[in-house]
Design a protein around this ligand. Structure first.
Ligand SMILES: Nc1ncnc2c1ncn2[C@@H]1O[C@H](COP(=O)(O)OP(=O)(O)OP(=O)(O)O)[C@@H](O)[C@H]1O
Ligand SMILES: [Mg+2]
Length: 282
């Protein structure tokens, strides 16, 4: 049975997508602790940045045309998708994960996203959400049988996506960038997780991202010292390295470039220690 982790923060630009791609890649490509793990990345954000980091445009357009995207988890037929008169799926069986996923590396697959997902993100009356939820729940149950780890990259909002991702997750990883109001963002996130809980709620973990050298920012100190949040923080932090922002269309990942420069090597060592600690928590 695989473990499901949603990477989420209501704040935008804190590194959700960057963290998802690098953790997913490190876990699938390196048998950390001598354990091979198969990983599925689900791009659950209409901006599809995670998809663009891994998949060349040419291939992406073919996949999108063949409807091999996250939208197909929720909806069978998107021929006349209309945000104001959204059809509720009639068929409650989602597609097979083997048919929807795209292979990136031996043990790393992705389900790409699409801008069309945006239509579903727009206000849905609560009672019409149920069929989408049922399809998503069934799909994740299927994913758990095929993969050791499922990582879901969510968009920064409270929506059908964040709700379905959370209710199906064992853990939530919350990347936090050293910005003003970071602590309020975390408070909101924890409240949201609590409010959406159905059964057991996912375990939150806070990962400080874009940290500088050995300095600890005022925001990081404040959050670590807060009795409500301190115990949820990972000890290691993801530092700011240009190479973490390089990946595009499957190229530029730190696992390809780490032998080429000192900075890349340092970045590799950094993400490796974050990955090890993350694995020890889930
Ligand atoms: N550790 C890091 N080092 C260097 N650059 C980073 C790091 N983390 C994130 N970035 C850069 O910061 C920007 C925002 O990161 P990212 O897109 O991962 O955030 P996000 O939370 O997914 O954003 P959104 O809310 O739009 O989905 C990107 O340009 C990314 O490359
Ligand atoms: Mg993102």
């Amino acid at each position: 049975m695989g473990t499901v982790v949603t990477v989420m923060n209501m704040k935008g630009g804190v590194g959700k997508t960057t963290v998802t791609m690098h953790l997913g890649g490190m876990i699938a490509l390196y048998s950390i602790g001598d354990k091979e793990r198969s990983v599925l990345l689900i791009d659950y954000d209409p901006q599809f940045n995670l998809t663009q980091a891994f998949i060349p445009d040419r291939i992406y357009f073919q996949l999108e045309k063949a409807r091999k995207t996250t939208l197909s988890i929720l909806l069978d037929d998107d021929t006349d998708i209309d945000p104001y008169h959204l059809q509720v799926p009639g068929n409650m069986s989602p597609p097979k994960v083997r048919e929807l996923s795209y292979k990136l590396y031996d043990r790393l697959d992705i389900i790409p996203s699409t801008l069309d997902l945006m239509y579903l993100a727009l206000g849905q009356p609560e009672k019409r959400i149920k069929p989408f939820e049922e399809r998503f729940d069934k799909f994740i149950a299927q994913c758990r049988e095929h993969y050791d780890l499922i990582l879901i990259d969510c968009h920064p909002a409270g929506s059908l996506f964040t709700k379905t991702a959370l209710t199906n997750s064992d853990h939530v990883l919350i990347p936090v960038a050293p910005q003003r109001y970071a602590i309020r963002g975390i408070g909101l996130m924890l409240q949201f997780i609590e409010a959406k809980k159905l059964g057991a709620s996912p375990v939150p973990h806070i990962l400080f991202n874009m940290t500088a050298g050995n300095e600890i920012s005022a925001e990081e100190k404040e959050i670590r010292n807060n009795p409500k949040f301190g115990g949820k923080c990972l000890r290691s932090t993801l530092k700011k390295y240009k190479v973490f922002s390089d990946p595009l269309e499957g190229n530029g990942f730190v696992w390809e470039t780490h032998s080429k420069s000192r900075w890349s090597r340092e970045a590799f060592d950094n993400i490796e220690s974050v990955t090890k600690e993350f694995l020890s928590k889930i």
